[in-house]
Design a protein around this ligand. Structure first.
Ligand SMILES: *[C@@H]1O[C@H](CO)[C@@H](O)[C@H](O)[C@H]1NC(C)=O
Ligand SMILES: *[C@@H]1O[C@H](CO)[C@@H](O)[C@H](O)[C@H]1NC(C)=O
Length: 151
């Protein structure tokens, strides 16, 4: 992936503080999330109106982190559709890349889902289905990046 010098300079001059990755549940039922690097984190149970928040971080082995989200309890282990909100930081954690994909089906089919970060491009799947094209965006560290289910 290539970035212009102007973009890199703009990103490098912004705050170096690290923001959070947030999974917000605005759906009418509970959703579940796991933070996955080289190992799988504990199951996060996110009730309607709640969120799961973790500081943007890297994994020494996998590099990037995938937040795997299901609408079914223990969905990661029972083959349920997964929404995958992933991110990776550059070495200096000045900027990060985030994207949205699925595995084993589309858990939010028929529901609007978004990934937003103030000052950076949003990812919007109007009906929970991948609209096609690149879903990779660049965010600036120090700013939260927020996945919202049933946005
Ligand atoms: C996540 O939940 C906390 C605690 O309720 C709240 O303060 C925060 O604003 C929420 N974040 C988002 C992005 O909804
Ligand atoms: C979702 O929206 C896209 C674009 O509007 C459309 O092509 C697609 O058929 C829709 N899929 C479903 C399952 O509604």
């Amino acid at each position: 992936m290539y970035y212009t010098l102007a973009v890199l300079t703009a990103l490098a001059s912004s705050a170096a503080a690290v923001g959070n990755a947030v999974v917000v549940n605005k759906c009418s039922s509970t959703i579940y999330a796991w933070s996955v690097g080289s190992s799988v984190g504990t199951k996060q149970t996110i009730a309607t109106g709640k969120n799961f928040t973790e500081p943007l971080h890297s994994d020494a082995k996998s590099g990037g982190i995938a937040l795997k989200i299901t609408t079914v309890d223990d969905g990661l282990y029972n083959g349920s559709p997964q929404q995958i909100f992933s991110y990776s930081l550059d070495g200096a954690s000045v900027w990060y890349v985030y994207d949205l994909s699925t595995a084993f089906g589309e858990p939010f089919l028929g529901k609007r889902i978004t990934v937003t970060s103030t000052g950076s491009p949003s990812i919007v799947w109007a009906n929970g289905s991948n609209p096609g094209g690149s879903q990779v965006k660049v965010g600036v560290s120090g700013v939260d990046v927020v996945f919202t289910g049933c946005a």
